[in-house]
Write a protein that binds this ligand. Structure first.
Ligand SMILES: [Fe+2]
Length: 238
């Protein structure tokens, strides 16, 4: 399905989201805004920041990502993206009018990162309890760079991840190579992973949202193939 950002069919996009568990819209944000965003992110991180998660979590989850919450430090540029009327309208079409913003998290990976193993952002047992990732790409992510996004379409309806290899290739997986300006919306129960990073660094920015009925702590427990991990206590909980 081809969509141009100035002519969005919100209804069709929402239907596609619920069918696949994700949608991709190329060129959603213009190049100038994305370049400013990228510069802001790079001046925060520099070239080679340190990982903040504890080593045990990194070892078990294979998640080598450094988060940053720019709105907590008053970076208004990030409000501008969040307040884009088209993004709000699309979110409402998917989640219903009473959705809530969670937070904006920039994710940085550096050279040699294994990426992120297959996971679900929150436990999938209750279909009303989920988060919505709204991923903005301010730089190109492609095969050469690595760090591509792997998704199993429709897996938001499959329940919990099966056990198995943490970076298994599934026959029905799709691989996204988002370009600068691309918006990806992804259901938190949808199985996804990030590929190994071959280039120097990779960043993406996630404007997390959730339906009204979702708990505020909805993404506190992340589901991996080998464990469930609770961020607030830094403990394995299942
Ligand atoms: Fe995720």
């Amino acid at each position: 399905m081809t969509t141009t950002p100035n002519n969005l069919d919100y209804d069709a996009l929402a239907n596609l989201f619920w069918e696949q568990g994700f949608i991709v819209i190329e060129g959603f944000f213009d190049a100038k805004l994305m370049s400013e965003t990228q510069s802001s992110i790079m001046s925060h991180f520099g070239d080679s920041p340190a990982y903040e998660h504890d080593q045990r979590f990194i070892d078990l989850s294979k998640t080598e990502v450094i988060p940053w919450f720019p709105q907590n430090q008053g970076h208004e540029l990030f409000d501008k993206l969040e307040n884009d009327m088209r993004l709000k309208k699309l979110t409402s079409q998917i989640l219903g009018e009473a959705w809530k913003n969670q937070y904006c998290m920039v994710m940085f990976s550096k050279e040699g990162s294994k990426g992120q193993a297959w996971h679900q952002d929150c436990p999938p047992e209750n279909s009303t309890q989920f988060n919505l990732n709204r991923l903005v790409y301010s730089m190109d992510v492609d095969h050469e760079l690595g760090g591509q996004v792997y998704i199993r379409p429709g897996s938001h309806r499959l329940g919990a991840l099966t056990q198995g290899p943490l970076f298994e290739d599934f026959d029905d997986q799709i691989v996204l190579s988002p370009k600068q300006g691309t918006l990806v919306l992804l259901h938190g129960h949808c199985w996804h992973r990030i590929g190994e990073l071959k280039g120097k660094y990779r960043v993406s920015t996630n404007y997390r949202a959730a339906p009204r009925q979702a708990a505020d702590s909805i993404t506190d427990i992340c589901v991996y193939r080998n464990m469930r991990y609770q961020f607030s206590t830094a403990k394995i909980v299942g």
